[in-house]
Design a protein around this ligand. Structure first.
Ligand code: NAI
Length: 270
């Protein structure tokens, strides 16, 4: 059900690859709530992906940008402002890539070229995006930026590997830049720490089905779905959450604050 929460707002959505992507669901919900959007992804993902379908449904242009390329990012913000005829109100950063994980290298035997790439794509990219927006003054006062993260930034999930470190950096950048953008433009910056969700990036983690099932049993409300994540992002882009900034917000059905659940304890007794 739509409530026109984003009526008149304009945003950029990074990271919609296919219909399972958290960004895909969020793009659809933003448009349903009255927003106009620009979609973006890495050029290679655009060639492989199905984003054209989403673009048609959302009546949105697609502007390619590799998040590690400053020229691409500058072009993205400049073209988006041209398209909208003014500044934007919100940004979703839904980008991640674990190179060592992908290549099957364990945490105790990382390749550091891959590791740099992982940090650049998954974490520093948020700084790159924010710095570009800040310097070209692309975001309206009281705008909102959300980046997606995972609880492995705070607690060890061994198979999440180097991505845990990338997420810790991502969350720190949201806090640090949140200060500066807040002072200058009242722009708020938060990370949403989402339950494990079956997507292309999610399924890349070894033993993913196991820890998704574990999280489901540990969370009093169960795992948050991709659609629910999209709803939460909409609230953060809306004017109803104007004073929330520099936070890591758990969207995980209570997983983060549960020590043990009856369901898990029962299983251990078997
Ligand atoms: P996804 O695979 O659909 O999205 C990842 C996106 O990153 C893709 O669209 C991909 O093309 C894009 N990307 C990769 N390299 C890029 C580059 N160099 N430039 C621009 N874009 C690039 O998977 P999902 O799960 O929707 O991931 C979105 C975000 O949510 C990621 O940050 C992920 O870590 C985070 N997240 C996912 C969870 C899950 O269980 N699926 C749980 C918590 C957070």
């Amino acid at each position: 059900m739509a409530h026109n929460l984003l009526q008149g707002k304009k945003g950029i959505i990074f990271g919609a690859l296919d219909e399972h992507s958290l960004a895909w669901k969020t793009a659809l919900r933003c448009v349903e709530e009255g927003a106009q959007i620009v979609l973006t992804n890495a050029p290679i993902a655009l060639r492989m992906g199905e984003i054209k379908k989403l673009a048609e449904t959302c009546n949105a242009p697609v502007i390619p940008a590799d998040v590690t390329n400053m020229e691409d990012l500058k072009n993205l913000f400049t073209k988006s402002m041209e398209h909208f005829g003014g500044k934007i109100d919100f940004v979703l950063h839904s980008v991640g890539m674990g190179m060592n994980v992908r290549k099957g290298r364990p945490y105790t035997d990382l390749d550091y070229d891959f590791n740099h790439k992982t940090f650049d794509i998954s974490a520093m990219s948020l700084h790159r995006v924010l710095q570009t927006a800040y310097q070209v003054d692309a975001i309206n006062d009281w705008g909102s930026v959300v980046a997606l993260t995972y609880i492995a930034a705070q607690r060890v999930f061994p198979d999440y590997s180097e991505m845990a470190d990338a997420k810790a950096l991502l969350e720190s950048i949201a806090r640090s830049f949140g200060y500066h953008y807040g002072i200058r433009n009242k722009v708020r910056i938060n990370t949403v720490s989402q339950s494990p969700t079956k997507t292309t990036a999610g399924s890349g983690v070894k033993g993913f089905d196991g820890f998704m099932a574990y999280a489901e049993k540990m969370s009093p409300l169960g795992n948050a779905t991709a659609d629910q994540c999209a709803n939460y992002c909409v609230t953060l882009f809306s004017d109803l959450t104007r004073m929330v900034t520099m936070q890591n917000l758990f969207h995980d059905g209570g997983f983060s604050f549960t020590g043990v659940s009856a369901a898990i304890a029962e299983q251990m007794e078997k």
